[in-house]
Design a protein around this ligand. Structure first.
Ligand code: 5AD
Ligand code: SF4
Length: 428
């Protein structure tokens, strides 16, 4: 989401006559896009701002964008007086106007209102990758997970009209993009604000029908809003990739209730069953938080059991990190840092063993990859499968950039915990 925000901000800058340079040293305007989902993000931002100041002197303009900007607000001007612009993502639709103010000499510009129904739609997005493109379908979040800062930094949910999402997808296809990734904090609660009133499953099905688009992914899903119609839409059209990221956070119903996740372990497992009994196999991935306040050894064991039961293809695991404004901040029974670390390592070790086993099962299979790049030193191309595995492979004509962006059939010959290795079978 942040990467795509930057693409839109850069596009807006270019459209207003700016050009991108390689280092902050070369820049007249330095914008720092920030995330505050975990850790002491704000501390890192202030450290970096100090470094910018030392490196840059007085003839540069600085701005802080994103979730730390939203969270710290005016305090940023106090702690880093060389900053001229503080702007959260809900105010990006006004970013162009803010640039005009900066150019007019205003050195104290804020975009901190969360009271918005607008989304940041711009035809000027400056996309980094010529083959795979992000499309935001919904911004903000109306849930209130007890650990999460996002509702405070990105504001309430706003869905884009289906018409504008479809128009963007068609434009991307016409420009040669073949893979689309739909983005939102909770894509499953997408609701078309126009009279058509599409839900997420309908939008998915329609995007997959856009001529020229070969792969569609989406992230992130909230299990509570992950309805059977989404699986049915995926089953009906293989353009919708063989992968679902369904963050569970914990395997303990008690902890899920404390987190205010709005589902039980059983509710979650019902969704996993839909996916496991679907028409084709789907890779499943998740997010896990260990050490949420009050998480007992028994709760933690329930998470480990869940990993055994689901057999995820991959997961992201995090130590619980207290965030400002959130409900969990005042909860009793904080877990000690060393204990969080211990639990994190146990989760990661267990998952590593699962991945080694699951990836080894792929050996001998032929998979279609979208070629993303090249490892020059290894003499391998970097491919991605529909189920979101990295499959690096050798190809007889190994020179130049010619394979990037194409789709090829690759036979898997080796596997590791995080990726597969193979060789081209036949060109698709
Ligand atoms: N502490 C730890 N992990 C968090 N996440 C979100 N907020 C926190 C927090 N305060 C994790 C969740 C979420 C992912 C994007 O980041 O697992 O799904
Ligand atoms: Fe945060 Fe929960 Fe919203 Fe996801 S659904 S962004 S975890 S509040």
């Amino acid at each position: 989401m942040n990467v795509h925000d930057s693409e839109k901000v850069i596009g807006t800058l270019r459209q207003q006559g700016y050009s991108q340079v390689d280092t902050p040293d070369d820049a007249g305007l330095v914008l720092y896009n920030t995330c505050s989902i975990r850790d002491k993000a704000e501390q890192k931002v202030f450290n970096r701002l100090q470094n910018f100041k030392k490196a840059a002197g007085k003839d540069k303009i600085f701005g802080v964008l994103g979730c730390v900007a939203q969270q710290e607000g005016e305090k940023i001007f106090d702690r880093a007086p060389h900053v001229s612009l503080v702007c959260g993502s809900a105010s990006y639709p006004k970013f162009g106007d803010m640039l005009v103010q900066l150019e007019a000499g205003n050195r104290h510009i804020t975009g901190l209102s969360l009271d918005t129904e607008e989304t940041f739609d711009t035809p000027f997005t400056s996309r980094d990758n010529p083959h795979r493109a992000y499309i935001t379908i919904i911004e903000g979040c109306d849930k209130s997970c007890a650990y999460c800062v996002v509702p405070f930094t990105r504001g309430p949910e706003r869905s884009r009209t289906s018409e504008s999402v479809m128009a963007e997808a068609r434009r991307l296809a016409a420009d040669g993009y073949t893979e689309i990734q739909l983005l939102g904090q909770n894509v499953n609660s997408y609701r078309d604000p126009s009279p058509a009133g599409w839900d997420f499953a309908t939008l998915l099905a329609r995007i997959a029908e856009v001529s020229g688009i070969r792969r569609v992914r989406y992230t992130t899903s909230h299990p509570r809003d992950f309805v059977k119609a989404i699986v049915d839409a995926m089953d009906a059209n293989p353009v919708l990739c063989d992968h679902v990221h369904l963050p569970v956070q914990s395997g303990s119903t008690r902890v899920l209730a404390a987190m205010d996740r709005l589902y039980t372990r059983d509710d979650y497992m019902r969704r996993i069953d839909w996916l496991k009994n679907a028409k084709r196999p789907y890779a499943l991935t998740t997010d896990i938080i260990v050490g949420f306040p009050g998480e007992t050894e028994q709760d933690f064991q329930a998470t480990l059991d869940l990993l055994d039961e689901v057999q995820y293809d991959s997961l992201f695991s995090f130590k619980y990190s207290p965030r400002p404004n959130t409900a969990a901040l005042d909860m009793p029974d904080r877990i000690a840092e060393e204990e969080k670390q211990r639990r994190l390592l146990i989760v990661q070790e267990k998952q590593r063993a699962i991945q080694i086993r699951r990836n080894a099962e792929m050996i001998g299979q032929i998979r279609e990859v979208h070629v993303e790049g090249r490892h020059q030193s290894l003499g391998q191309w970097i491919g991605r499968t529909s189920d979101n595995r990295t499959l690096n492979f050798t190809h007889p004509s190994a020179n130049g950039d010619t394979l990037i962006g194409t789709y090829l059939s690759v036979r898997v010959t080796r596997s590791g915990p995080n990726s597969l290795v193979g060789e081209t079978a036949t060109v698709v």
